[in-house]
Design a protein around this ligand. Structure first.
Ligand SMILES: [Zn+2]
Length: 442
């Protein structure tokens, strides 16, 4: 057992001085005042983070890790040109090792920015399960918690390595789910890609698997108007979510990604059915997708989490960044300063992500996983801070720079110390990225 004593601890939506957290294995076993903890557990190993405030780790609920390798390529181009020149051009060239290097790169960079769990929506399967294995290996080597949102994809207009038949997709997803069912660091969630890249039969299978495994399933919905137009044309004027509801897959197991072009009625329907949304504000801005109606989502009762999306459509990879973006973008759209506040943004980037990825994470409370971020209170971007600490959370969401992130702990194990990755060196990651890009461009 070990105990961490930060300067302040974020507990039940408040910051407490002279508090600590007791960790047993990978789980939080107690949260109490420093004196009580010292009395109760005199033998526990002690760590002092005396200039830091301790927060729950952030959750990046939607990412495509191999896309980090494509950052800066075909930037500022229309969506289809961007897709063809970056994604579709490079994907067929990527070997298992390139995929591993891309995952190490994406996960390493986001972990340094305070991400302790990532939901990776992964579709470059390359005709089997080896590439999925490479992603899981990279997560394990870095020590980040991973939900492999294993994509089910059967539209053959894309690179062949994305595509699987329905029986293959089901077999591979179920195989991995079985293999990792007792691993607290890895979840496998079925993820039919979207209405434009998965057939209705594939989507139904994804939903069926989710029910069987008692987990969520993820699916991109209404990111761009073309998908909405296509569904409308093919299905008697139905909206995308209306059509999915007719298929019978809109319920509490459903997590949609983006949801930019849903009608207000469809948002209400998603809320009534207790569905979730992963919102990727920076990516939606970067790709000129539009602006999801987040205030309506919240009002409808939709659980909203945050994602960076792929590293080549953002192009940063930090959930603190997305907390800032959701609030600022929604304020700009609605001209209402109250529409998304910093407390809501913080909750989206922490505990809501846990809910949508089926992990007990995102809060510093007994029974939750011991995933933390330590923020340096001496960093100028965290100042000023009055005695009442009322600026702490607004500063974390609105002004904090990555330089303030000093400590990251996942499952009780430090992965970032003094702002540096300690599980895999940053130098090693950059060497691997250079090597892979040299190969891909040769
Ligand atoms: Zn995506």
């Amino acid at each position: 057992m070990k105990v961490i004593f930060p300067k302040y601890l974020f507990y039940k939506n408040k910051f407490y001085p002279d508090y600590g957290v007791l960790i047993d294995g990978d789980t939080i076993a107690d949260v109490d005042s420093k004196s009580n903890l010292l009395d109760k557990y005199p033998q526990a190993e002690r760590t002092y983070l005396s200039e830091q405030t301790l927060l729950p780790g952030t959750v990046n609920a939607h990412n495509h890790c191999f896309q980090s390798l494509l950052r800066g390529i075909a930037a500022d181009r229309p969506f289809l040109e961007w897709r063809d020149r970056s994604l579709y051009y490079y994907s067929p060239r990527m070997s298992r090792e390139d995929i591993y290097n891309g995952a190490l790169f994406a996960f390493g960079e986001m972990m340094k920015r305070g991400v302790t769990t990532v939901g990776d929506f992964f579709y470059l399967h390359n005709f089997g399960r080896e590439s999925d294995g490479a992603i899981i290996q990279a997560a394990k080597d870095l020590g980040i918690r991973l939900s492999l949102n294993r994509t089910m994809y059967d539209w053959d207009g894309a690179p062949a390595g994305y595509v699987e038949s329905i029986p293959q997709a089901v077999e591979n997803t179920m195989y991995l789910a079985e293999e990792y069912k007792d691993d607290p660091m890895v979840n496998i969630l079925p993820s039919p890609h979207s209405l434009h890249a998965a057939t209705p039969e594939m989507i139904l299978k994804g939903h069926e698997i989710a029910k069987k495994l008692n987990v969520k399933f993820h699916i991109h919905v209404a990111e761009e108007p073309f998908e909405v137009e296509q569904v409308k044309k093919e299905h008697e004027g139905l909206g995308t979510l209306e059509y999915l509801d007719r298929l019978g897959v809109v319920d509490e197991s459903m997590v949609i990604i983006h949801g930019v072009w849903l009608s207000p009625e469809e948002i209400d329907l998603l809320g009534e059915k207790r569905g979730g949304l992963v919102y990727c504000p920076s990516s939606n801005m970067f790709l000129a997708d539009g602006i999801t109606d987040i205030p309506r989502m919240i009002k409808a009762g939709v659980t909203v989490a945050l994602g960076s999306d792929g590293g080549c459509s953002n192009n940063r990879i930090s959930v603190f960044e997305e907390m800032r973006m959701v609030s600022l973008l929604q304020k700009a759209k609605t001209c209402d300063a109250l529409c998304v506040n910093y407390e809501q943004a913080f909750q989206m980037g922490t505990e809501n992500g846990g809910l949508l990825l089926n992990f007990k994470i995102g809060k510093i409370e007994e029974g939750y996983k011991a995933d933390f971020v330590g923020v340096d209170l001496e960093d100028l971007s965290m100042m000023p801070l009055s005695e009442s600490l009322e600026q702490m959370l607004p500063n974390i969401v609105y002004s904090m720079e990555p330089t303030a992130i000093r400590t990251v702990i996942v499952a009780g194990n430090p992965t970032v110390k003094d702002g540096q990755l300690i599980t895999v060196s940053e130098r090693e990651i950059s060497r691997r990225v250079r090597e892979t890009m040299k190969r891909l461009n040769s």
